[in-house]
Design a protein around this ligand. Structure first.
Ligand code: PLP
Length: 400
């Protein structure tokens, strides 16, 4: 009898974390490596948020809290949903977890039975399919091509829905493509969902605040209030508030679902860090002016990276609406040979070649369910990005 559980064989370790680890190892070994694999802002957590955490520690907020969030944080989240999304969620319709990642996982664990299908537009965030598998469900990828702006089309959604479909996971702006749905595009999807009452929507709004060029963010329950009772609106402080290490994510949804998710959390991790929760209260209630200031920098980087990548022979890089990723195609390089005589047969081969030849770490599109592409995170310094793009160009030019 094997010691490790069979469920482990259904999943793989996170490929994005693997790339970051590889880049870190190479750097530690003295190699000149630029890591563009990690999905976290390079800005520090704002001062007022850090001070709130220090005050919480000194004020004795150092004990267990309610399992799925303190009343103060739930109030701040409720106010945020109302202020920014026009959504009314009472505290008992809100859950707080150790990152958005745990919140998504709790929801799938609380709802999936063997054979239940989870519809996932591809390219997708690497964890959705594996989380669905761990929870005993069946991930069903719905391909979204570059021509469609990497966005789910209503007809494709309609065709993918079966009697077993339990969830549709939406993520706008998207990791890995940066694509975001405007109101009309979202409405076309919610119109389809209205016809299929068995399908719930898990919307991952983690990159809500990271949109550019006056793009207006929207979320399904806001666009179609009729879906509110079968929507889980997931968000968090990691990305917009530069708080990846603090591990606070949250969601609003129907009370029965939230209660079920709390039950999972109560028997696994209990409450997220009390200190991080106090910091998140300040993040949500405090000044928000650093968000547009950061976005200005992100937008400049996005524009520079898109332009420089489109100057590389064999690459084509669409301009995304949000997040801090670009998702260029390397189709024009497939079949070419490296100076060492190796043929580039996939996006995986290309990213290995980039790392080995020029020390640039990016993630292969295969990990996100759509090839031949790769993902670059531009949440790193402008100088490092410029240097990385020049190296990528040199690597492309060296292929024959
Ligand atoms: N959802 C998406 C699309 C992400 O990119 C990430 C982080 O990379 C998360 C969720 C998880 O965020 P956290 O657990 O830090 O809140």
């Amino acid at each position: 009898m094997p010691f490790l559980a069979s469920r482990l064989s259904r999943i793989k370790p996170s490929p994005t974390i693997a790339v970051s680890n590889k880049a870190r190892e190479l750097k530690a070994a003295g190699k000149d490596v630029i890591g563009l694999g990690a999905g976290e802002p390079d800005f520090d957590t704002p001062e007022n948020i850090r001070q709130a955490a220090i005050a919480a520690i000194n004020g004795g907020d150092t004990r267990y809290t309610a399992v799925d969030g303190t009343p103060a944080l739930k109030d701040a989240i409720s106010a945020k949903f109302k202020r920014e999304n026009g959504l009314e969620y009472s505290p008992e319709e809100i859950t707080v977890g150790t990152g958005g990642k745990q919140v998504l996982y709790n929801a799938l664990m609380a709802t999936l039975d063997e054979g239940d299908e989870v519809l996932i537009p591809a390219p997708y965030w690497v964890s959705y399919p594996d989380m669905a598998l761990l929870a005993g469900g069946e991930p069903v990828a719905i391909p979204c091509t570059e021509k469609q702006g990497f966005k789910l089309q209503p007809d494709d959604l309609e065709k993918a829905i079966t009697k077993k479909s339990k969830w549709l996971i939406l993520n706008s702006p998207s990791n890995p493509t940066g694509a975001a749905y405007n109101f009309d595009e979202m409405k076309a999807l919610t119109d389809v969902l209205k016809r299929h009452p068995q399908v719930w929507v898990m919307t991952d709004d983690m990159y809500e605040h990271l949109v550019y060029d006056n793009f207006v963010f929207c979320t399904p329950a806001q666009v179609e209030p009729e879906l509110r009772d079968r929507t889980l609106t997931v968000n968090g402080v990691s990305k917009a508030y530069c708080m990846t290490g603090w591990r606070i994510g949250y969601a609003g949804g129907p009370k029965d679902l939230i209660t079920a998710m709390r039950k999972i959390q109560s028997q696994s991790t209990s409450n997220p860090s009390s200190v991080s929760q106090a910091a998140a209260v300040e993040a949500l209630n405090g000044p928000q002016d650093f968000i547009p200031a950061h976005n200005k920098v992100f937008k400049e980087r996005r524009d520079m990276v898109v332009k420089m990548l489109n100057d590389c022979p064999g690459l084509r890089c669409p301009m995304p609406e949000g997040a801090f990723y670009v998702y260029p195609s390397c189709a024009g390089l497939i079949g070419k040979k490296t100076p060492q005589g190796k043929t580039i047969e996939s996006d995986g081969d290309f990213v290995t070649y980039l790392l080995e030849s020029e020390g640039v770490a990016v993630v292969q599109g295969e990990a996100f369910g759509l090839s031949p592409f790769f993902r670059i995170s531009y949440a790193t310094s402008t100088e490092a990005l410029r240097d990385a793009c020049l190296r990528i160009k040199r690597a492309c030019e060296a292929l024959a």
